[in-house]
Ligand binder design. Structure first.
Ligand SMILES: Cc1cc2nc3c(=O)[nH]c(=O)nc-3n(C[C@H](O)[C@H](O)[C@H](O)COP(=O)(O)O)c2cc1C
Length: 366
Protein backbone atom coordinates (compact mmCIF):
# COMPACT_ATOMS: atom_id res chain seq x y z
CA UNK A 1 0.00 0.00 0.00
CA UNK A 2 1.16 3.51 -0.80
CA UNK A 3 -0.53 6.51 0.75
CA UNK A 4 -0.95 9.54 -1.49
CA UNK A 5 -2.87 12.05 0.63
CA UNK A 6 -6.37 10.60 0.93
CA UNK A 7 -5.70 7.94 -1.71
CA UNK A 8 -4.46 4.44 -1.07
CA UNK A 9 -2.54 2.98 -3.99
CA UNK A 10 -1.88 -0.73 -4.44
CA UNK A 11 1.80 -0.21 -5.31
CA UNK A 12 4.40 2.58 -5.15
CA UNK A 13 4.77 2.51 -8.94
CA UNK A 14 3.58 5.32 -11.21
CA UNK A 15 3.23 5.94 -14.92
CA UNK A 16 4.91 9.23 -15.92
CA UNK A 17 3.02 11.47 -18.31
CA UNK A 18 4.39 11.36 -21.86
CA UNK A 19 2.51 13.79 -24.10
CA UNK A 20 1.25 11.97 -27.16
CA UNK A 21 1.76 8.53 -25.62
CA UNK A 22 -0.01 8.13 -22.25
CA UNK A 23 -3.43 7.84 -23.85
CA UNK A 24 -6.37 5.79 -22.59
CA UNK A 25 -5.61 2.61 -24.61
CA UNK A 26 -2.00 2.65 -23.39
CA UNK A 27 -3.01 3.16 -19.77
CA UNK A 28 -5.53 0.31 -19.86
CA UNK A 29 -3.00 -1.97 -21.55
CA UNK A 30 -0.49 -1.23 -18.79
CA UNK A 31 -3.00 -1.56 -15.95
CA UNK A 32 -4.12 -4.98 -17.18
CA UNK A 33 -0.55 -6.27 -16.77
CA UNK A 34 -0.68 -5.39 -13.05
CA UNK A 35 1.66 -3.60 -10.66
CA UNK A 36 0.76 -0.03 -11.62
CA UNK A 37 -0.31 2.09 -8.64
CA UNK A 38 -1.39 5.32 -10.38
CA UNK A 39 -1.39 6.46 -13.99
CA UNK A 40 -1.29 10.07 -15.15
CA UNK A 41 -2.62 11.63 -18.34
CA UNK A 42 -0.58 13.68 -20.81
CA UNK A 43 -0.26 17.30 -19.76
CA UNK A 44 -3.51 19.24 -20.18
CA UNK A 45 -3.74 23.01 -20.60
CA UNK A 46 -5.85 24.30 -17.67
CA UNK A 47 -7.41 27.09 -19.69
CA UNK A 48 -8.34 24.80 -22.58
CA UNK A 49 -9.98 22.47 -20.10
CA UNK A 50 -12.02 25.30 -18.57
CA UNK A 51 -13.06 26.30 -22.11
CA UNK A 52 -14.07 22.66 -22.71
CA UNK A 53 -11.86 22.48 -25.80
CA UNK A 54 -12.24 19.15 -27.58
CA UNK A 55 -8.52 18.32 -27.34
CA UNK A 56 -8.46 18.86 -23.56
CA UNK A 57 -11.60 16.77 -23.06
CA UNK A 58 -10.12 13.99 -25.17
CA UNK A 59 -6.99 13.98 -23.00
CA UNK A 60 -8.98 13.52 -19.79
CA UNK A 61 -11.30 10.84 -21.25
CA UNK A 62 -11.29 7.79 -19.02
CA UNK A 63 -13.36 4.70 -18.15
CA UNK A 64 -13.86 2.41 -15.13
CA UNK A 65 -10.91 0.14 -15.94
CA UNK A 66 -8.60 3.19 -16.05
CA UNK A 67 -8.61 3.94 -12.31
CA UNK A 68 -7.13 5.46 -10.23
CA UNK A 69 -6.23 8.25 -12.64
CA UNK A 70 -4.39 11.53 -12.09
CA UNK A 71 -4.70 14.36 -14.61
CA UNK A 72 -1.66 16.54 -15.17
CA UNK A 73 -2.40 20.24 -15.59
CA UNK A 74 -0.15 22.96 -16.86
CA UNK A 75 -0.71 26.67 -16.61
CA UNK A 76 0.48 29.62 -14.58
CA UNK A 77 -2.70 31.55 -13.81
CA UNK A 78 -3.70 30.65 -10.22
CA UNK A 79 -7.45 31.03 -10.75
CA UNK A 80 -7.40 28.89 -13.88
CA UNK A 81 -5.36 26.16 -12.23
CA UNK A 82 -7.68 26.20 -9.21
CA UNK A 83 -10.86 26.07 -11.28
CA UNK A 84 -9.47 23.33 -13.51
CA UNK A 85 -8.67 21.27 -10.39
CA UNK A 86 -12.23 21.77 -9.13
CA UNK A 87 -13.60 20.69 -12.50
CA UNK A 88 -11.46 17.55 -12.46
CA UNK A 89 -12.55 16.67 -8.93
CA UNK A 90 -16.21 17.04 -9.95
CA UNK A 91 -15.56 14.56 -12.76
CA UNK A 92 -14.24 11.94 -10.35
CA UNK A 93 -10.52 12.29 -11.12
CA UNK A 94 -8.46 10.72 -8.29
CA UNK A 95 -5.62 13.27 -8.16
CA UNK A 96 -4.33 16.39 -9.89
CA UNK A 97 -0.69 16.74 -10.83
CA UNK A 98 0.94 20.05 -11.73
CA UNK A 99 3.54 20.21 -14.48
CA UNK A 100 6.64 22.05 -13.24
CA UNK A 101 9.13 20.27 -15.45
CA UNK A 102 8.19 20.86 -19.06
CA UNK A 103 11.20 22.58 -20.71
CA UNK A 104 9.43 23.60 -23.92
CA UNK A 105 9.66 27.34 -24.56
CA UNK A 106 5.99 27.76 -25.40
CA UNK A 107 5.08 26.47 -21.92
CA UNK A 108 7.86 28.23 -19.98
CA UNK A 109 7.35 31.62 -21.64
CA UNK A 110 3.97 32.01 -19.98
CA UNK A 111 5.36 30.97 -16.60
CA UNK A 112 4.31 27.29 -16.73
CA UNK A 113 6.37 24.07 -16.73
CA UNK A 114 10.00 24.47 -15.64
CA UNK A 115 9.58 28.23 -15.22
CA UNK A 116 7.58 27.46 -12.07
CA UNK A 117 10.82 26.23 -10.52
CA UNK A 118 12.29 29.71 -10.73
CA UNK A 119 9.53 31.53 -8.81
CA UNK A 120 9.14 29.63 -5.57
CA UNK A 121 6.79 31.91 -3.66
CA UNK A 122 4.54 32.51 -6.60
CA UNK A 123 4.40 28.78 -7.34
CA UNK A 124 3.66 27.91 -3.71
CA UNK A 125 0.83 30.47 -3.74
CA UNK A 126 -0.68 28.94 -6.87
CA UNK A 127 -0.45 25.46 -5.38
CA UNK A 128 -2.01 26.56 -2.09
CA UNK A 129 -5.01 27.92 -3.99
CA UNK A 130 -5.51 24.54 -5.67
CA UNK A 131 -5.02 22.51 -2.49
CA UNK A 132 -7.57 24.61 -0.62
CA UNK A 133 -10.17 24.22 -3.36
CA UNK A 134 -10.26 20.41 -3.65
CA UNK A 135 -10.23 17.36 -1.40
CA UNK A 136 -8.36 15.10 -3.86
CA UNK A 137 -4.57 15.00 -3.61
CA UNK A 138 -2.63 17.66 -5.50
CA UNK A 139 0.90 16.67 -6.53
CA UNK A 140 3.73 18.41 -8.39
CA UNK A 141 6.12 17.03 -10.98
CA UNK A 142 9.42 18.86 -11.26
CA UNK A 143 12.94 18.59 -12.58
CA UNK A 144 16.01 19.28 -10.43
CA UNK A 145 15.96 22.93 -11.43
CA UNK A 146 16.40 25.30 -14.35
CA UNK A 147 20.10 24.45 -14.80
CA UNK A 148 23.14 23.23 -12.80
CA UNK A 149 23.52 26.66 -11.15
CA UNK A 150 19.90 26.74 -10.06
CA UNK A 151 19.01 23.41 -8.46
CA UNK A 152 15.85 24.67 -6.83
CA UNK A 153 14.02 21.35 -6.44
CA UNK A 154 14.80 20.87 -2.70
CA UNK A 155 13.64 24.39 -1.78
CA UNK A 156 10.64 24.13 -4.05
CA UNK A 157 9.62 20.74 -2.64
CA UNK A 158 9.82 22.11 0.90
CA UNK A 159 7.72 25.14 -0.04
CA UNK A 160 5.16 22.94 -1.78
CA UNK A 161 4.93 20.61 1.20
CA UNK A 162 4.06 23.63 3.33
CA UNK A 163 1.49 24.60 0.69
CA UNK A 164 -0.16 21.19 1.06
CA UNK A 165 0.92 18.96 -1.83
CA UNK A 166 0.44 15.24 -1.21
CA UNK A 167 3.68 14.21 -2.97
CA UNK A 168 6.33 15.41 -5.38
CA UNK A 169 7.61 13.63 -8.47
CA UNK A 170 11.20 14.44 -9.39
CA UNK A 171 12.78 13.79 -12.78
CA UNK A 172 16.48 13.78 -11.96
CA UNK A 173 17.58 16.17 -14.71
CA UNK A 174 17.64 19.96 -15.04
CA UNK A 175 15.67 21.85 -17.64
CA UNK A 176 18.91 22.76 -19.42
CA UNK A 177 19.80 19.08 -19.66
CA UNK A 178 16.68 18.20 -21.61
CA UNK A 179 16.93 14.42 -21.94
CA UNK A 180 20.69 14.24 -22.27
CA UNK A 181 23.17 12.76 -19.83
CA UNK A 182 22.19 10.58 -16.93
CA UNK A 183 19.68 10.95 -14.18
CA UNK A 184 21.26 12.55 -11.13
CA UNK A 185 20.27 10.34 -8.21
CA UNK A 186 22.07 12.55 -5.69
CA UNK A 187 19.87 15.41 -6.88
CA UNK A 188 16.75 13.37 -6.11
CA UNK A 189 18.23 12.40 -2.76
CA UNK A 190 18.58 16.09 -1.89
CA UNK A 191 14.83 16.52 -2.46
CA UNK A 192 14.08 13.54 -0.20
CA UNK A 193 16.24 15.16 2.49
CA UNK A 194 14.49 18.51 2.10
CA UNK A 195 10.89 17.44 2.78
CA UNK A 196 9.46 16.49 6.17
CA UNK A 197 6.94 13.75 5.54
CA UNK A 198 5.43 13.76 2.05
CA UNK A 199 6.46 10.99 -0.33
CA UNK A 200 9.02 11.81 -3.00
CA UNK A 201 8.71 9.75 -6.17
CA UNK A 202 11.88 9.33 -8.19
CA UNK A 203 11.82 9.42 -11.97
CA UNK A 204 14.18 9.04 -14.88
CA UNK A 205 15.70 6.28 -17.03
CA UNK A 206 14.15 3.34 -15.14
CA UNK A 207 13.84 0.49 -17.65
CA UNK A 208 14.28 -2.60 -15.46
CA UNK A 209 13.11 -3.80 -12.01
CA UNK A 210 16.71 -3.60 -10.82
CA UNK A 211 16.97 0.04 -11.90
CA UNK A 212 13.77 0.80 -9.95
CA UNK A 213 15.26 -0.75 -6.82
CA UNK A 214 18.46 1.20 -7.35
CA UNK A 215 16.42 4.41 -7.63
CA UNK A 216 14.72 3.64 -4.29
CA UNK A 217 17.91 2.64 -2.51
CA UNK A 218 20.19 5.36 -3.84
CA UNK A 219 17.78 8.24 -3.27
CA UNK A 220 15.61 7.17 -0.33
CA UNK A 221 12.51 8.00 -2.39
CA UNK A 222 9.40 5.95 -1.59
CA UNK A 223 7.98 5.48 -5.07
CA UNK A 224 9.20 5.21 -8.64
CA UNK A 225 7.64 6.73 -11.74
CA UNK A 226 8.36 5.17 -15.12
CA UNK A 227 7.78 6.78 -18.50
CA UNK A 228 9.62 5.51 -21.55
CA UNK A 229 10.46 2.19 -19.88
CA UNK A 230 6.75 1.32 -19.76
CA UNK A 231 6.41 1.79 -23.50
CA UNK A 232 9.37 -0.41 -24.25
CA UNK A 233 8.10 -3.01 -21.76
CA UNK A 234 4.42 -2.97 -20.72
CA UNK A 235 5.17 -5.69 -18.15
CA UNK A 236 7.60 -3.48 -16.25
CA UNK A 237 5.20 -2.55 -13.42
CA UNK A 238 4.22 -6.17 -12.71
CA UNK A 239 7.86 -7.28 -12.94
CA UNK A 240 9.07 -4.45 -10.70
CA UNK A 241 6.35 -4.94 -8.11
CA UNK A 242 7.16 -8.65 -7.95
CA UNK A 243 10.88 -7.97 -7.67
CA UNK A 244 10.48 -5.34 -4.93
CA UNK A 245 8.22 -7.58 -2.84
CA UNK A 246 9.93 -10.98 -3.34
CA UNK A 247 13.46 -10.23 -4.57
CA UNK A 248 12.84 -12.54 -7.54
CA UNK A 249 12.79 -11.63 -11.22
CA UNK A 250 9.77 -12.90 -13.16
CA UNK A 251 10.49 -14.72 -16.42
CA UNK A 252 10.15 -12.61 -19.55
CA UNK A 253 6.78 -12.96 -21.33
CA UNK A 254 7.02 -15.34 -24.29
CA UNK A 255 6.21 -14.52 -27.92
CA UNK A 256 2.56 -15.62 -27.69
CA UNK A 257 1.96 -13.45 -24.62
CA UNK A 258 3.55 -10.46 -26.36
CA UNK A 259 1.36 -11.00 -29.42
CA UNK A 260 -1.76 -11.35 -27.25
CA UNK A 261 -1.07 -8.06 -25.43
CA UNK A 262 -0.16 -6.29 -28.68
CA UNK A 263 -3.52 -7.34 -30.20
CA UNK A 264 -5.34 -6.21 -27.07
CA UNK A 265 -3.59 -2.84 -27.31
CA UNK A 266 -4.68 -2.47 -30.94
CA UNK A 267 -8.28 -3.42 -30.06
CA UNK A 268 -8.30 -0.73 -27.36
CA UNK A 269 -6.91 1.81 -29.85
CA UNK A 270 -9.71 0.96 -32.30
CA UNK A 271 -12.35 1.03 -29.54
CA UNK A 272 -11.27 4.43 -28.25
CA UNK A 273 -10.15 6.25 -31.42
CA UNK A 274 -12.11 4.45 -34.15
CA UNK A 275 -10.70 2.04 -36.73
CA UNK A 276 -8.96 4.43 -39.12
CA UNK A 277 -7.34 6.70 -36.52
CA UNK A 278 -6.66 3.84 -34.08
CA UNK A 279 -4.85 1.81 -36.75
CA UNK A 280 -2.80 4.79 -37.85
CA UNK A 281 -1.77 5.51 -34.27
CA UNK A 282 -0.87 1.87 -33.78
CA UNK A 283 1.74 2.09 -36.56
CA UNK A 284 4.18 3.64 -34.10
CA UNK A 285 3.18 1.34 -31.22
CA UNK A 286 3.53 -2.07 -32.89
CA UNK A 287 7.31 -1.73 -33.47
CA UNK A 288 7.85 -1.41 -29.68
CA UNK A 289 6.35 -4.86 -29.22
CA UNK A 290 8.28 -6.20 -32.20
CA UNK A 291 11.60 -5.23 -30.62
CA UNK A 292 11.27 -8.33 -28.45
CA UNK A 293 10.14 -10.71 -31.21
CA UNK A 294 13.59 -11.50 -32.59
CA UNK A 295 13.82 -11.05 -36.39
CA UNK A 296 10.83 -8.87 -37.33
CA UNK A 297 11.75 -6.92 -40.47
CA UNK A 298 8.78 -8.34 -42.40
CA UNK A 299 6.32 -7.44 -39.63
CA UNK A 300 7.65 -3.90 -39.25
CA UNK A 301 7.67 -3.30 -42.99
CA UNK A 302 3.96 -4.03 -43.27
CA UNK A 303 2.63 -2.71 -39.97
CA UNK A 304 3.69 0.88 -40.71
CA UNK A 305 1.01 0.91 -43.42
CA UNK A 306 -1.77 -0.51 -41.24
CA UNK A 307 -5.21 0.89 -42.07
CA UNK A 308 -7.78 -1.69 -40.96
CA UNK A 309 -8.08 -4.05 -38.02
CA UNK A 310 -8.49 -7.20 -40.20
CA UNK A 311 -5.27 -6.37 -42.03
CA UNK A 312 -3.42 -6.78 -38.75
CA UNK A 313 -4.44 -10.45 -38.51
CA UNK A 314 -3.17 -11.00 -42.07
CA UNK A 315 0.11 -9.25 -41.28
CA UNK A 316 0.50 -11.38 -38.17
CA UNK A 317 -0.25 -14.64 -40.00
CA UNK A 318 2.25 -13.80 -42.74
CA UNK A 319 4.80 -12.83 -40.11
CA UNK A 320 4.38 -16.12 -38.24
CA UNK A 321 5.19 -18.00 -41.45
CA UNK A 322 8.16 -15.68 -42.18
CA UNK A 323 9.47 -16.14 -38.60
CA UNK A 324 9.28 -19.98 -38.62
CA UNK A 325 12.84 -20.54 -39.98
CA UNK A 326 14.24 -18.71 -36.94
CA UNK A 327 12.66 -21.22 -34.52
CA UNK A 328 13.78 -24.60 -33.21
CA UNK A 329 11.61 -27.76 -33.32
CA UNK A 330 9.91 -26.77 -30.05
CA UNK A 331 8.95 -23.36 -31.46
CA UNK A 332 11.50 -21.35 -29.44
CA UNK A 333 13.64 -18.67 -31.05
CA UNK A 334 17.09 -20.06 -31.88
CA UNK A 335 19.62 -18.59 -29.44
CA UNK A 336 21.48 -16.56 -32.06
CA UNK A 337 18.28 -14.67 -32.94
CA UNK A 338 17.37 -13.71 -29.37
CA UNK A 339 16.84 -9.95 -28.95
CA UNK A 340 19.40 -8.09 -26.88
CA UNK A 341 18.48 -7.47 -23.24
CA UNK A 342 16.68 -4.26 -22.39
CA UNK A 343 19.21 -1.40 -22.49
CA UNK A 344 19.64 0.28 -19.13
CA UNK A 345 20.71 3.58 -20.66
CA UNK A 346 17.78 4.97 -22.58
CA UNK A 347 18.50 6.15 -26.07
CA UNK A 348 21.59 3.96 -26.46
CA UNK A 349 21.01 1.12 -28.88
CA UNK A 350 17.24 1.40 -28.74
CA UNK A 351 16.95 1.44 -32.52
CA UNK A 352 16.17 4.64 -34.40
CA UNK A 353 12.57 4.87 -35.49
CA UNK A 354 11.34 2.53 -32.79
CA UNK A 355 12.31 4.59 -29.78
CA UNK A 356 10.28 7.36 -28.25
CA UNK A 357 11.54 10.58 -29.77
CA UNK A 358 12.93 13.02 -27.26
CA UNK A 359 13.76 16.58 -28.24
CA UNK A 360 17.48 17.07 -28.89
CA UNK A 361 19.83 19.99 -29.29
CA UNK A 362 19.93 23.16 -27.18
CA UNK A 363 16.80 23.33 -25.05
CA UNK A 364 16.31 27.01 -25.99
CA UNK A 365 15.39 25.95 -29.52
CA UNK A 366 12.73 23.33 -28.60
C1 LIG B 1 7.80 12.27 -25.53
C2 LIG B 1 7.78 12.73 -24.10
C3 LIG B 1 6.68 13.44 -23.62
C4 LIG B 1 6.65 13.89 -22.29
N1 LIG B 1 5.56 14.55 -21.83
C5 LIG B 1 5.50 14.95 -20.53
C6 LIG B 1 4.34 15.59 -19.99
O1 LIG B 1 3.33 15.78 -20.69
N2 LIG B 1 4.37 15.98 -18.70
C7 LIG B 1 5.47 15.77 -17.88
O2 LIG B 1 5.44 16.14 -16.71
N3 LIG B 1 6.54 15.13 -18.36
C8 LIG B 1 6.58 14.71 -19.65
N4 LIG B 1 7.69 14.04 -20.10
C9 LIG B 1 8.75 13.67 -19.14
C10 LIG B 1 8.46 12.29 -18.56
O3 LIG B 1 7.27 12.31 -17.77
C11 LIG B 1 9.60 11.80 -17.66
O4 LIG B 1 9.80 12.72 -16.62
C12 LIG B 1 10.90 11.63 -18.44
O5 LIG B 1 10.68 11.01 -19.69
C13 LIG B 1 11.91 10.80 -17.63
O6 LIG B 1 11.36 9.55 -17.28
P1 LIG B 1 11.64 8.20 -18.12
O7 LIG B 1 13.13 8.11 -18.30
O8 LIG B 1 11.08 7.10 -17.25
O9 LIG B 1 10.94 8.33 -19.43
C14 LIG B 1 7.74 13.61 -21.42
C15 LIG B 1 8.83 12.89 -21.92
C16 LIG B 1 8.87 12.44 -23.24
C17 LIG B 1 10.04 11.63 -23.72
Amino acid sequence: MFRLGTLELATPLFLSPLAGYTNLPMRVTLRERGGLGLATTDLVNARSLLERKAKALELIATRPDDQPLAVQLFGAVPEEMRDAAVLLESRGVAAVDINMGCPVRKVCRVGGGSAMMTALEQTAGLVRGMVEAVRIPVTAKMRLGWDEENLTAPDLARALEAAGVAAVFVHGRTRAQGFSGHVNLAGIRAVVAAVRSIPVIGNGDVTTPQAARHMLEATGCTGVSIGRGAFYNPWIFAQTHHYLTTGELLPEPDFEERVRVMCRHLDLMVEVFGEAHGCRMFRKVAPWYARRFGPAAEFKRRVVRLERRVEFDEILAAYRAWRAPFLDAAGALLPRYQPLPMPTALGAGTGAGESIAVPRGPVERW
